[in-house]
Write a protein that binds this ligand. Structure first.
Ligand SMILES: [Zn+2]
Length: 247
C-alpha cells in the first residue's frame, strides 16, 4: 500500500487542487502580503520557506564536474488532465512514466509551468520553465526542470494550451494522449543539486535535475500562460549555502 498511498498524497500536496485542505487552509500568492517574502509567516506548515537552507529555486553557478550518469527516460503516451490551481497550470499524468539513474527510479506524477523561469543558469533567466515532478516508492521527490527559449510554436505545448483551463480552480481533460518526453530536449545532460519545492510548504529533500539543453515556445504561447496566470509565477532564487551543483 505504501507505494500507492505515498504518490497520491504527494499529488494532492503538490497540486493544491480546489479540494485540497492545504489550499483552503492557507492562501499564498507570488506578490504582495501573501507573496514569497512572507510565505514562512503565513502558516506554521510553511516554516521552511523562511528557515530552510536548501531552498529552490537557485541560480546555477560554480558548477563542479562530476561525470554524472545519464537520465534514462521511460515515458509513454499517457492520459493527461490539466488543472489551473491558481498558481500554475498543471498536467496530472496517469500511466507508467519513469526515469532512472543512480538516484533510483522515479514515477512522473505531474508537470507544470512557471513564467519566467525559477532556476536561472549563470544569472540567465528564461521566459518559461517546466517542472516534471516525480516520486520514488518511498515518496522521495525528484524534479526535472526544462527551460524554454523564445522561438517557433511548440506543437506539444499547443495540445496542452488548446485546452488550458483559464479560470482558477478549473480543469480540463485532454482527449488525446500526450508524451511528456515531447516536452523535453533530446539531449538530457543536466545540472544536479538538492533543493526544495518552490511553492509552500517549501519541503526540502527534493532531488533537482535541470536540463542544460532548452526547447522552444512561441511568444504567443508564453504570453497566453502569463495572461491566464495574471502574475509572474516564479519564486526568487534562494541562497545556495553549503550545496554543491554537479554536472
Ligand atoms: Zn514548479
Amino acid at each position: 500500500m505504501k507505494k500507492f498511498i505515498t504518490p497520491l498524497l504527494l499529488t494532492s500536496l503538490l497540486s493544491l487542487t480546489a479540494t485540497s485542505t492545504i489550499a483552503s487552509e492557507t492562501a499564498w500568492k507570488y506578490e504582495g502580503k501573501q507573496g514569497s517574502a512572507h510565505w514562512g509567516e503565513l502558516s506554521e506548515k510553511f516554516g521552511l520557506c523562511s528557515t530552510g537552507v536548501n531552498q529552490s529555486p537557485i541560480n546555477i553557478t560554480s558548477v563542479i564536474e562530476a561525470n554524472l550518469p545519464p537520465l534514462t527516460m521511460n515515458y509513454h503516451k499517457s492520459q493527461v488532465s490539466e488543472i489551473n490551481n491558481g498558481h500554475t497550470v498543471q498536467a496530472n499524468i496517469t500511466g507508467n512514466n519513469t526515469f532512472t539513474n543512480d538516484a533510483g527510479t522515479f514515477d512522473l506524477l505531474q508537470f507544470h509551468f512557471h513564467a519566467p523561469s525559477e532556476n536561472t543558469i549563470e544569472g540567465k533567466s528564461f521566459p518559461l520553465e517546466a517542472h516534471f515532478v516525480h516520486a520514488d516508492q518511498d515518496g522521495r521527490l525528484a524534479v526535472i526542470g526544462v527551460m524554454f527559449e523564445l522561438g517557433e510554436e511548440n506543437s506539444e505545448l499547443a495540445k496542452l494550451w488548446k485546452n488550458m483551463p483559464e479560470d482558477s480552480h478549473s480543469q480540463a481533460t485532454l482527449l488525446k494522449e500526450l508524451s511528456a518526453l515531447n516536452l523535453m530536449p533530446k539531449e538530457k545532460s543536466y545540472y544536479r543539486f538538492n533543493g526544495s519545492l518552490t511553492t509552500p510548504p517549501c519541503t526540502e529533500g527534493v532531488r533537482w535535475f535541470v536540463l542544460k539543453d532548452t526547447i522552444k515556445a512561441s511568444k504567443a504561447q508564453i504570453n497566453k500562460f502569463r495572461t491566464v496566470m495574471g502574475t509572474d509565477t516564479n519564486r526568487p532564487v534562494q541562497p545556495i549555502n553549503a550545496r554543491v551543483i554537479l554536472q
